[in-house]
Write a protein that binds this ligand. Structure first.
Ligand SMILES: [Zn+2]
Ligand SMILES: [Zn+2]
Length: 374
């Protein structure tokens, strides 16, 4: 006696389509015959149950007629019912055929791609028509800029040796004057069906067409320059706009500046990691700039105006009388422009009071006098 489809999937009779789908995925993963610990009979049983319960019409009929109707996951028979008959009666292409033939839609290719893409060597992307698989590679590159260039932004030219669109054929891979034709093997779908006879009927899977590599089209005469690839390796000069405020290690993504795809496929992206050179005068902490300034003891004691170098050039910093060594002065908005917003960081100047190592005779006398007065 064939088992109940709901029992097979371990769901209640009132289970939602989502619950059924989840249960199916879990079990199909678990019992797939290509996997360790898989069980082919069990897998077929699960598939059979899912084919019925995932289809609202079939499910309704199954609920109504139950086992007598099903003939089942256990095998054909049970009153001479066969799945092929049933599918024909439903106007489909066989219990497993509907998914990619667009008829009947019994089989959801997305489910199949999700679960078995890795096993059968094709996933959702190729199942949809192969174009995605021809996308050019992304490129990772690095560029070093000077400290001030990072702060204020700069336009740079870089040379990239990469796959570029073939200038001879414009990327379609066909010799100019000849045509790109619909692949006769797959009729342009990019897929051919592989039919497997099982106890449940014909089990049909789609595989990429071997003649056109899943693309549905092919050049009647291949381009003489790129040999039909539609692209060739070349050094391309690329102008890159480095935004103001970028910092060391940040990555700029340049869409469509990666490698050209094969035969007119989409172009990949360029990921440019920015390295910022160290600067002898400045350090950077987020968008603030840090520097140090040396002052003499009398400047610290009496106050002074000293020149300080910022990334904008020299400014005058007023040191008040009685300044201690290590005191930090903030120059508002003299730091690095914010990358993602208006405004700038600050420039922080740490003041060092320098003790003289050599004193002239007169200086010594004055300092001695100073000590006496204290
Ligand atoms: Zn070409
Ligand atoms: Zn083909």
């Amino acid at each position: 006696m064939a088992k109940d489809f709901y029992e097979i999937l371990g769901v209640s009779r009132s289970a939602s389509p989502d619950e059924i789908k989840r249960a199916y995925r879990t079990l199909a993963h678990q019992h797939h015959p290509d996997k360790a610990g898989g069980d082919e009979a069990k897998f077929k049983e699960i598939n059979g149950a899912y084919q019925v319960l995932s289809n609202p019409d079939k499910r309704k009929q199954y609920d109504q007629f139950g086992q007598a109707f099903s003939g089942g996951a256990g095998g054909p028979g049970a009153g001479g019912f066969s799945w092929d008959d049933f599918a024909r009666a439903q106007g489909g292409a066989g219990p497993f055929g509907g998914g990619f033939s667009q008829q009947g839609a019994e089989f959801d290719m997305n489910d199949l791609g999700d679960i078995f893409g890795d096993l059968f060597g094709f996933g959702r992307r190729t199942a949809r028509g192969g174009r995605a698989s021809r996308r050019g590679q992304d490129i990772q590159a690095e560029m070093t800029v000077e400290f001030r260039e990072a702060a204020f932004g700069v336009d740079k030219i870089i040379d990239l040796y990469k796959q570029t669109v073939c200038p001879h054929c414009g990327g379609n891979g066909a010799e100019p004057g000849t045509k790109v034709e619909t692949c006769p093997t797959c009729g342009g779908s990019g897929q051919v069906a592989r039919v497997q006879r099982t106890i449940l009927g014909s089990f049909q899977t789609a595989v990429p067409c071997p003649d056109c590599k899943g693309e549905g089209k092919r050049a009647s005469k291949k381009c003489s320059v790129c040999r039909g690839e539609g692209r060739k390796k070349e050094t391309e000069k690329l102008k890159v706009k480095i935004p103001a405020g970028i910092s060391d290690g940040q990555v700029i993504r340049l869409s469509g500046k990666g490698e050209a795809g094969a035969r007119g496929g989409a172009v990949g992206d360029l990921f440019l990691t920015i390295r910022v050179h160290k600067d002898p005068d400045f350090r950077r902490e987020a968008d603030d700039i840090l520097s140090e300034a040396n002052i003499s003891f009398p400047q610290a004691a009496l106050g002074a105006k000293i020149p300080v170098l910022t990334i904008d050039g020299e400014v005058i910093l007023k040191i008040p009388a009685g300044t201690q060594s290590g005191k930090v002065f903030r120059l508002d908005s003299k730091g690095v422009p914010h990358l993602h917003s208006r405004g700038r960081g600050d420039h922080l100047v740490t003041v060092n009071v320098v003790t003289p190592e050599h004193l002239s005779h007169a200086q010594r006398e004055l300092l001695e006098r100073f000590t006496e007065l204290e």
